[in-house]
Each structure stands twice: as C-alpha cells, then as structure tokens.
Design a protein around this ligand. Structure first.
Ligand code: GDP
Ligand code: GDP
Length: 455
C-alpha cells in the first residue's frame, strides 16, 4: 500500500504552490483497546488498519496522511506492540515514548466507559515530560448517556476531554478542530533534507583523488539536459545525470569543477564543500586514491559522512595503478583505519579507464536501501529476545542489565531505541550493533542505537 505520506516531495518541484512543506505529525497514543485504530480509520476515512477486539494485537506504528479542513498532516498510530515480552505497562509506555518523540502533537485516547487506569496515568506522565501539545479524546461516548463519563476525565488535568465515538463518528469533527489548533503549521525539518525527486548524491573526497575525473566519466553523454526532466530544479551547482536507467542529482558539482588555485585555505574550502554537499545529499560516494596511502584527510572525510547520517559508498579510484604490493598495503590500511565503515559497499574503479563504473549505481542503490530499511517491532524483539538469551550483558556490581524491548524509531538512517533495565556498556552496545547488522544487513548505512534505562 503506497501511502502518499511516504512519498515525499521536493518543495522546489512545486514552485508556486502554496502551503507545501513537511507535514506536521500527530501521534495517537493510548493503552490497548481504547479505540485508537478505530479512531485513526475514522480520521483517514479508510477501513484498512487492523482492528481486532482483543488487547495487544501485534501491529506496528503506521503512518497515514490525513486532511482536515484543507490542512494535511501525518497521523502515527502507535499501535499495539507485542506486549507479552514485557509487562503491559512497560511496553505501552515504551511505545508511547517513541511515538511522542517523533511527533509535533499528541492525541491521547482514553476509554471513557472505563475511565482512567494506572496505565493511563503512566502515559500522562510521559506526555507531560515530552512537553508537546496534547488533545484529550474521551472515546466510546456512543450516546448522550456516556457524556458524564467523558466529563470525569477533566480530572486528568489535560484540558477538555473531547467526547467522541470513534465507532459511529460522533464528536469527531470537534476533536479534529482541536487537533488542528494544537498542530504547528510547519514542523522543523529533520536533517535539512528535502525529499522526493531524483536521489541526491554527494561526490566527496580530498583534493586530487579524482572527483572531477569521475564526474566527467559518469556524466559523459549521460548528462541530463536542463528542462528535459519536468519539475526538476535548475540549480546550476548540481547536475542531473542519467545512470543505470535512472536520473540522479549530483550535488554541488560546480564545487568539484571549480579548480581551487589557492595556496592556503584549500583544505578549509574542501571541508566546507564536503559538509555543505553532505547536508544536501542522501548518499555520499567517497572517493579515495587507492594508489597512495590513506591520508588523515581521507578518514576525516569518511567520519564527516558517517556523522552526517548519510548512506555511504566508498570508491577506491585510480585502480589502474594498482599492483600486488600496493594492494597488500591498501588492504591493511583499510582494516586498520576504516573499521568504522566496514559496512560501506566498496567499488574499485578507475576514472581514467572507466573500470567498474557500472558497479557504482548498484552500490549506491544498495546503500540507499540499507539507509531506508525498517525492521518491524515484532521481528526486532524476536531478534533481541534471542540475543539477550544467548549473549546476556555481563554482571556488574551484582546486577545484570537486560534489554527489555526495542523499536526502530526512524529510518534514513535507521535509528533504534532500546529500553533496558540498566546501563548498557559500550562494548555490549557495539555487540548489539554488530548482531543487528549480521541479522538485517544495513549495508551502506550508519545506524544509531540509543538506550533508555527503565528503573
Ligand atoms: P486500539 O487497541 O486502541 O487500537 O483499539 P481498537 O481500535 O482496536 O478498538 C478496540 C475495540 O473497541 C474494538 O472492538 C472497537 O470496535 C471498539 N471501539 C472502538 N471505538 C469505539 C467506540 O467509539 N464505541 C464503542 N462502543 N466501541 C469502540
Ligand atoms: P579532484 O581534485 O578530486 O577533482 O581530482 P581530479 O579529477 O582533478 O584528478 C586529479 C588527478 O588524478 C588528475 O591528474 C587526474 O588525471 C588523475 N586521475 C583521476 N582519476 C584517475 C584514475 O582513475 N587513474 C589515474 N591514473 N589517474 C587519475
């Protein structure tokens, strides 16, 4: 199911259109069975989200796009996670926490017939701590006789309880008006990355590694004539290049072509260009001169790319100059100095002869796929359960911290949040990352793992 919400767009493609930009995100939070899915279906006017009359049905957070009074927003159903793994409260709290972190406002759903439970109170604490605007929905108010139940929820201290019947639609318009008032117009953009259009590639590397030569080689006859592609930008610093049947946007190629004749300040200029190109790109192709020993500047540029959170491909250029001896030393250098990017796809190319140019696109595509990989919460927790059982954290001071639960909080790059019963040592966190990569791939992408400790 391709949802419009996932497709994204490039604001530059939509010049002249009003009101475009990243959409504000509403997290729908509540304990299982209060009617979140029913409400989400009601709001998006669809029937396809799973609704089952049984608490704790496994499903993941799902994002939908919705419109109310002409305003578009994203709706994240924080869903019901596999709660047998942990106690119910911990799982519900964990899910709410991640959902809320990634949102601009919270729609908190309570079953008015049941009233507020301890789990609801626990959720309220989390919502308060996050400090995001919140709208309170008193659900299952199917008729006037249940209005009094809704009014009881004033005591939660979250403002007006909006009485709603998600099942029948009663009160949902007023609820959406309140939601609209709570949502900001344009949320802050993550990473400064604009979505949509041709994939954006940054060609980076220290001076003289062959960026300009490589660009000329791949561009060759493949350069896309301005205007040929409807709706793409005419930014003269970027170039649209047709490769492997697709159009790619090579970022800041003007900076590559502009030969810098400065005797001093060239390094500074190069690093400025690198960081600005990374800002705008989705994937970095890092060029290294394989005919020379790896320089400190090479590893610095690689670190910049990894820290920027972009997908990464490493191209070892000038391979036409390779011989047995150099190859031996290069492999040692890579083992020693590039352990941090062992996961990056590698291509051995020559911009001079054109060697292996055809391998560049598959490598870029692999890296982008890794960058956008999403692991379902159920799969992730099955994996974590096995990991914890087969390789528990070492006992420290009589205690043994355990990973209780995990979720993938985002992609581009994949970000994970682990909930643990105690502090996880760096070595153990690295082990988790290594095992995650073995299990799920994540080729060509940095991944981030953050740990939250639950007492
Ligand atoms: P979730 O676990 O919070 O997503 O809850 P669901 O949307 O799966 O709903 C749980 C149950 O409550 C289902 O049987 C729904 O049909 C029922 N339900 C949801 N909203 C309402 C409502 O407004 N009134 C009534 N009577 N039942 C509702
Ligand atoms: P940039 O500063 O990274 O843009 O590097 P250039 O593209 O200007 O290349 C620097 C020098 O390396 C030039 O003399 C190129 O001809 C040479 N060069 C680039 N690619 C290759 C290659 O694959 N093999 C060889 N032998 N020389 C190359």
């Amino acid at each position: 199911m391709a949802l419009a919400a996932e497709e994204g767009f490039d604001p530059e493609d939509l010049e002249g259109l009003e009101g475009q930009g990243p959409l504000p995100v509403l997290a729908v939070v509540g304990r299982p069975n209060v009617g979140k899915s029913t409400l989400v279906n009601r709001i998006i006017g669809r029937r396809e989200a799973v609704v089952e009359d049984k608490p704790g049905v496994t499903r993941d957070r799902v994002t939908y796009e919705a419109t109310w009074n002409g305003r578009r927003f994203k709706l994240v159903d924080t869903g019901g996670w596999e709660i047998d793994v942990l106690g119910l409260d911990a799982a519900v709290a964990a899910q709410a926490e991640v959902g809320i972190d990634n949102s601009d406002a919270v729609l908190f759903v309570v079953d008015a017939n049941v009233g507020a439970t301890d789990t609801d109170e626990a959720l309220i604490k989390i919502i308060r701590r996050a400090g995001k605007p919140v709208v309170l929905c008193a659900n299952k108010v199917d008729g006037p006789s249940a209005e009094a139940d809704a009014a009881m929820l004033w005591s939660l201290g979250l403002g007006e309880p909006h009485a709603v019947s998600a099942l029948h639609g009663r009160g949902s318009g007023d609820l959406l008006d309140a939601v609209m008032a709570a949502l900001p117009d344009a949320p802050p953009q993550t990473f400064g990355v604009v979505e949509g259009g041709p994939r954006r590639v940054a060609l980076i590397g220290r001076p003289n590694v062959g960026k300009s030569s490589l660009l000329n080689k791949v561009a060759g006859e493949n350069r896309v004539v301005v205007n040929e592609l409807a709706g793409t930008t005419r930014d003269p610093v970027d170039e649209l290049i047709q490769l492997g049947g697709k159009t790619w946007k090579f970022i800041d190629t003007a900076g590559i072509r502009r030969r810098v004749h400065l005797t001093s300040g060239a390094d500074f200029y190069a690093s400025l260009r690198t960081s600005s190109a990374l800002d705008k790109a989705e994937v970095a192709v890092i060029l290294v001169d394989s005919s020379e020993p790896l320089a400190e500047q090479d590893t610095r540029i690689i670190s910049m790319a990894v820290e920027s959170g972009r997908a990464v491909v490493i191209a070892y250029n000038k391979w036409d100059q390779m011989d047995e001896e150099r190859r031996y030393y290069l492999e040692r250098e890579i083992e020693q100095d590039l352990v941090q990017v062992q996961w990056a796809p590698r291509v051995n190319v020559s911009a001079l002869t054109g060697r292996h140019m055809e391998k560049l696109v598959p490598a870029i595509e692999t890296a982008l796929a890794g960058w956008e990989t999403r692991i379902s919460t159920a799969r992730l927790n099955a994996f974590l359960g096995e990991l914890v059982a087969s390789h528990p954290h070492p006992v420290r001071g009589g205690k043994q911290p355990r990973i209780l639960f995990g979720t993938q909080a985002g992609i581009r790059p994949p970000r994970f949040v682990l909930f643990a019963s105690g502090f996880l040592e760096a070595g153990y966190r690295r082990y988790v990352e290594r095992r995650l990569r073995e299990e799920f791939g994540f080729v060509g992408t940095p991944i981030s793992i953050s740990v939250r400790v639950r007492e």
